[in-house]
Design a protein around this ligand. Structure first.
Ligand SMILES: NC(=O)c1ccc[n+]([C@@H]2O[C@H](COP(=O)([O-])OP(=O)(O)OC[C@H]3O[C@@H](n4cnc5c(N)ncnc54)[C@H](OP(=O)(O)O)[C@@H]3O)[C@@H](O)[C@H]2O)c1
Length: 322
């Protein structure tokens, strides 16, 4: 089968479409024909070695498809069933093995591309806004890169919970998309000091929470945007890892909280994974969560997809088609 293989760490050029041996499902596993695979920033960290993994590796964590083979001891799944997944290594391939207890059922009314687009970023938006810092009505919430994959979903989830979203973006088109997702205010952080602006927009108080997936370039400003006892949720490094910092800034900033969550800890058991997935797919199916597929690429053009993502040229979700 064809798959996107990384043999050495590096930039988008190290990803190659190559012929590899088709995996076999063991007991408790499904072999899946991949219909679409989701592009995520975590693949960049794997490719660059920021999160080191043994090489060579087949890249990709997320997708949707049809069950091709049902492994021994698996009940409840049949050949041809529609399935989606996340946190499953080797997803940029024609076939992938998915553990049956982590396989997500795709509801009718959710198409294949959307099913590939939503598990990772949708459940991230879910756990950030409902578990890491449960947003309450009236909360002021600053969301960076709000027109991105996570950003558009998180903006909607926070807005539905009654939060007031202050969104940062770098272009006029992205500003429009963030507003469409529910942002009450949009800040062009490429042009203005977003911490100052966030304070102005909150009558000098600052925000209750910042959801920051940008990292290095926003970290200081994110801390400076918080109200006393506010929380910085640093959930990614799109611009790189922030420098080490003096923990005393949490005291002087106003008894602040800082957390660095990762999805694995919020979908640690099959029960928690399925509860979040059921919510997210339910919201998509009933139209309360809209998923923007910004672009799709043939798997052979995987390098172009990541050049676009890392070059800040994309909006919403990107998917690859094997
Ligand atoms: N912890 C978790 O569980 C978890 C799960 C999923 C994703 N994440 C993180 O969430 C973040 C967003 O992921 P995503 O897949 O949805 O990507 P994305 O937001 O669609 O793309 C990244 C966006 O970040 C902004 N950005 C600012 N500075 C950048 C830079 N130097 N290089 C690249 N982008 C920059 C850009 O938006 P502007 O042009 O508007 O600035 C860009 O479009 C990533 O950090 C990812 O690792 C974390």
């Amino acid at each position: 089968m064809k798959a996107v293989v990384v043999e050495r760490t590096g930039g988008p050029e190290v990803m190659e479409l190559a012929e590899v041996t088709q995996p076999r499902p063991g007991p408790g596993q499904l072999l899946v024909d991949v219909v679409a695979a989701g592009v995520n920033f975590i693949d960049v960290y794997h490719r660059e070695g920021v999160y080191p993994l043994p090489l060579p590796l087949v890249l990709g964590q997320e997708g949707s498809g049809r069950v091709a083979v049902v492994g021994e001891g698996v009940s409840g799944w049949a050949v041809g069933d529609r399935v989606a997944w996340t946190n499953v290594p080797g997803s940029f391939a024609e076939n992938v093995v998915v553990p049956a207890d982590r396989a997500l059922r795709v509801p009718d009314g959710v198409d294949d591309l959307t099913a590939a687009a939503v598990p990772l970023q949708g459940m991230t938006a879910h756990y950030l806004a409902t578990s890491t810092c449960p947003v309450e009505p009236g909360d002021d919430v600053l969301i960076h890169a709000a027109a991105g994959g996570v950003g558009l979903l998180l903006t909607q989830v926070v807005t539905h919970r009654g939060g007031r979203v202050l969104a940062t973006v770098s272009t006029a088109e992205k500003a429009e998309l963030a507003r469409g997702a529910g942002a009450a205010e949009v800040i062009r952080y490429d042009r203005e000091d977003f911490a100052e602006r966030a304070r102005e927009l909150t009558g000098g108080r600052g925000v209750r929470v910042v959801f920051d997936g940008v990292g290095r370039t926003t970290f200081d400003g994110s801390l400076a945007s918080l109200a006393p006892r506010g929380m910085l949720v640093l959930f990614g490094y799109a611009s790189g890892r922030p420098d080490p910092f003096d923990v005393n800034r949490l005291q002087t900033g106003g008894s602040l909280f800082l957390t660095r969550p990762t999805m694995g800890h919020y979908v640690a058991t099959p029960a928690e994974l399925h509860a979040r997935a059921d919510d997210v797919f339910g919201w998509v199916a009933d139209g309360s969560l809209s998923v923007r597929i910004g672009a799709s690429y043939p798997m052979a053009e995987v390098a172009r997809a990541y050049e676009d993502l890392e070059g800040r040229r994309t909006t919403g979700k990107l998917v690859l088609l094997p």
